[in-house]
Write a protein that binds this ligand. Structure first.
Ligand code: HEM
Length: 135
């Protein structure tokens, strides 16, 4: 019998080592991104660990974020930072590249990107400086 439909995304991508790799690859890109870099402190060490906890939990792995940080309240935690749609797109662009670099593809990658896309746009708390033009 094929039980694959019961596997979590976390297990499907290879669990902790792949999640670590993903988050490392992600912040390596955020660090080089001119739009995102200024929002973050000099060291990414804390946020990298918290992101690892968060995404492990979000995708069905151990509940590390709740254990270490309590309620996620992610939108509230992002309110001190001015986040526009352009930031959300840049964040998602870094994540997409990080997934490829971590070898995450297929349905697991699609499920992750879809979930992260809605979360990223949920964090938007400022208008873009330039109004968006329809293309
Ligand atoms: C939309 C674009 C986003 C931007 C510009 C952004 C930026 C930031 C910044 C500046 C911090 C604080 C860093 C620090 O204080 O060291 C942070 C923390 C965090 N972000 Fe984001 N973020 C975005 C989207 C997301 C998304 C989509 C997620 C989850 C999938 C996420 C998860 C987190 C987590 C878990 C933390 C740590 C919260 C804590 O203090 O426990 N962020 N983010």
């Amino acid at each position: 019998m094929d039980n694959s439909q019961f596997t979590t995304v976390y297990d499907a991508i290879g669990g902790e080592p792949t999640m670590r790799r993903l988050i490392d690859e992600f912040y390596a890109r955020v660090e080089k991104n001119a739009l995102l870099r200024p929002l973050f402190p000099e060291s990414f060490d804390e946020v990298r660990e918290r992101q690892f906890w968060f995404q492990s939990q979000l995708f069905g792995g151990p509940k590390l974020y709740s254990e270490n940080r309590g309620q996620p309240m992610l939108r509230a935690r992002h309110l001190p930072f001015p986040i526009t749609k352009a930031h959300a797109r840049a964040w998602l662009g870094c994540m997409k590249e990080a997934m490829a670099a971590a070898g995450i593809s297929g349905p697991a990658a699609e499920a992750m990107m879809s979930r992260l896309t809605s979360t990223a746009f949920h964090m938007v708390n400022q208008e873009d400086e330039e109004p968006e033009v329809d293309r």
